[in-house]
Design a protein around this ligand. Structure first.
Ligand SMILES: Nc1nc2c(ncn2[C@@H]2O[C@H](COP(=O)(O)OP(=O)(O)OP(=O)(O)O)[C@@H](O)[C@H]2O)c(=O)[nH]1
Ligand SMILES: [Mg+2]
Length: 557
């Protein structure tokens, strides 16, 4: 039989004598059966080998992707502007996704406006009631946080006692003086104020509805809702001595306990509601409540304007030191547009919207444009520093809740962060923490900064400082508030925003230089993150810098 004959396999003339060729050579006398069998085996081996190659290729791609997923932590006290900065990231680098989400902020903006109106009505009611009862307003309880220390109620000693004993003697002098109590002649309210109160009363239930819809983030933390005795400035400051990195256990805790979804339930449902008619929610209740709220707010437009522009009301707010929130004046100014049945939020409206962050929120930012496309916006001298195109790359941005009650949740995110963007509001040198009125806000920011820059866990992390709310600092100093009355070390320096900012920048820089476990550069920016154009430019620099650092560490450049 032919098949059983052993055939000599011809030797190819170009075959070398290397061991592999010899090893791979078919046996000299191979039957047809053996040949078929060999070929089948070789085909199978090739298939397995190809599969392994594919696997390795996929692994490499996944590793490369993982390496390029930069993790950025936004840190800072509550209301420092972290979430607003995140919005700027989206607006600047993912404008398409931003536009799709913009409408979903409508309820938050309406809520912000309505809450301010109701706060004013509360203060007005108490003032009118008190006037009826003999003119004393000493018992007035200011509805939102006051920009002034409670008169005569706290001293430097009380403040120092709250510093966890870790402020240097120099820093301890950065303390704050109480403003003496004043007495004012009574304000003469009229029946038109009573009528205004009546006509605006429906906004009470609108606030409740929107609050229910938006969830816990719509409630600010206050001293009365938190246990002051249990609160520390830096609960994430574990006694970490730099031996073994606690990554594994921390990562587990992070995913299970702390991370919350990047899109809260309200956003999803509201996004659906305000989207095309095809995607309207099946539940009529959600639609009804929100449409109803819009209707009521639109009906109250003229009265809201009247309330805000009333000189007596403005005087009352001033006297009582009522702070309505950083965006209140902006929303009142745009009430014609906002209190409207067809209201669609603008980019600026969304940047001004306030919703407290709960826990730690992870946001995946997919860059829609490459860094190269930002080149045209940068000075030519910087062009060579820019990394290569990276459209489609992803950054994980973690936006944390900044109040003292939320800070313990930060720690699990420290172990693999590549960069930290720390926000310190520079305008708040005369304000107290909402969750603990014994603590000055600027001092709290410095305590936080000290802890972050000295953390051994964060040694390999690039740290960038935003001295934020510069626009509000300018306004505050121009209104006559004297920085030296609160920051005693400021001395005789000019009461000017640029001078004060430079002074504070120096303070933060010194802390970083003195306390970093290893030398690291100081990147400090003066920002007003409600200014989208300038913030976009700053973030472009930042993106390039962080990316470059990251690539350097990964030894890619
Ligand atoms: N005028 C002005 N307002 C700002 C600036 N930065 C933030 N805001 C406003 O301040 C409010 C609070 O900002 P958020 O970004 O919510 O603060 P946060 O740091 O995320 O606060 P938490 O989530 O509580 O930790 C919002 O209404 C912002 O629009 C700024 O530079 N200037
Ligand atoms: Mg936030």
């Amino acid at each position: 039989m032919l098949s059983s004959l052993r055939m000599p396999v011809p030797r190819l003339s170009n075959e070398g004598d290397d061991p592999l060729s010899i090893f791979m050579k078919p046996p000299p006398y191979e039957t047809d059966e053996e040949r078929t069998d060999r070929l089948r085996r070789e085909a199978e081996e090739k298939r397995v080998s190809d599969q392994i190659d594919e696997y390795i290729k996929a692994e490499r791609a996944a590793m490369k992707k993982k390496r390029s997923d930069i993790k950025l932590l936004l840190l800072g006290q509550s209301e420092s502007g972290k979430s607003t900065t995140l919005k700027n990231f989206q607006l600047t680098f993912a404008p398409k996704a931003w536009r799709e989400e913009r409408t979903s902020w409508r309820a938050v903006i309406q809520f912000n406006l309505v809450r301010s109106v109701n706060t004013i009505l509360d203060v007005l009611s108490k003032e009118m009631l008190s006037a009826l009862g003999g003119g004393s307003t000493a018992h007035l309880n200011i509805a939102q946080s006051s920009s002034r220390p409670p008169s005569g109620s706290w001293s430097m000693d009380a403040l120092d006692a709250n510093l966890d004993g870790n402020f240097s003697s120099d820093d301890e002098q950065e303390v704050y003086q109480p403003i003496p109590a004043s007495t004012f002649p009574p304000l003469k309210f009229t029946s038109s104020h009573s009528l205004l109160k009546l006509r605006l009363a429906p906004l009470r239930s609108v606030e409740c509805d929107l609050k229910t819809f938006l969830g816990a983030g719509s409630t600010e933390v206050t001293a009365s809702t938190s246990d002051i005795s249990q609160m520390v400035a830096t609960p994430f400051d574990i006694d970490y001595r730099g031996s073994a990195p606690p990554s594994a256990s921390l990562t587990r805790r992070r995913t299970n306990e702390f991370a919350v979804r990047s899109h809260a339930a309200w956003k999803r449902s509201l996004g659906m509601h305000t989207g095309s008619s095809k995607t309207r929610p099946s539940s009529p209740k959600a639609g009804l409540d929100l449409d109803g709220a819009t209707e009521v707010i639109a009906g109250c437009k003229d009265d809201i304007k009247m309330l805000w522009h009333d000189p007596l009301i403005q005087e009352l707010l001033k006297r009582r030191g009522v702070k309505l929130g950083d965006s209140a004046a902006y929303y009142f100014h745009h009430v014609d547009r906002i209190a409207n049945r067809k209201y669609e939020p603008s980019d600026d409206d969304v940047l001004r919207a306030r919703l407290r962050t709960l826990g730690v929120q992870e946001h995946k930012l997919v860059f829609e444009h490459s860094a190269d496309e930002g080149r045209s916006r940068l000075p030519t001298t910087d062009l060579d520093l820019l990394p290569s195109a990276d459209a489609g790359s992803t950054w994980c941005i973690y936006d944390v809740g900044g109040s003292r009650t939320s800070r313990a949740a930060w720690l699990p995110f420290f172990d693999d962060a590549h960069a930290i963007l720390f926000l310190a509001p520079i305008n708040c040198f005369d304000e107290q923490l909402a969750e603990d009125p014994r603590v000055n806000r600027l001092q709290d920011s410095m305590i936080l900064w000290k802890s972050i820059v000295s953390s051994k866990l964060l040694t390999g992390c690039s740290i960038v400082l935003f001295l934020n709310k510069y626009d509000l600092l300018v306004k505050k100093l121009q209104s006559g508030v004297q920085a030296r009355d609160f920051v005693t070390n400021y001395g005789d320096r000019e009461n000017d925003a640029a001078v004060f900012a430079k002074y504070m920048r120096g303070k933060f820089k010194t802390l970083l230089k003195d306390l970093s476990p290893k030398p690291r550069p100081f990147y400090g920016f003066l920002t007003s993150v409600i200014d989208q154009q300038n913030t976009g430019l700053t973030l472009s620099y930042l993106r390039d810098g962080i990316l470059r650092e990251h690539l350097k560490k990964a030894e890619i450049v």
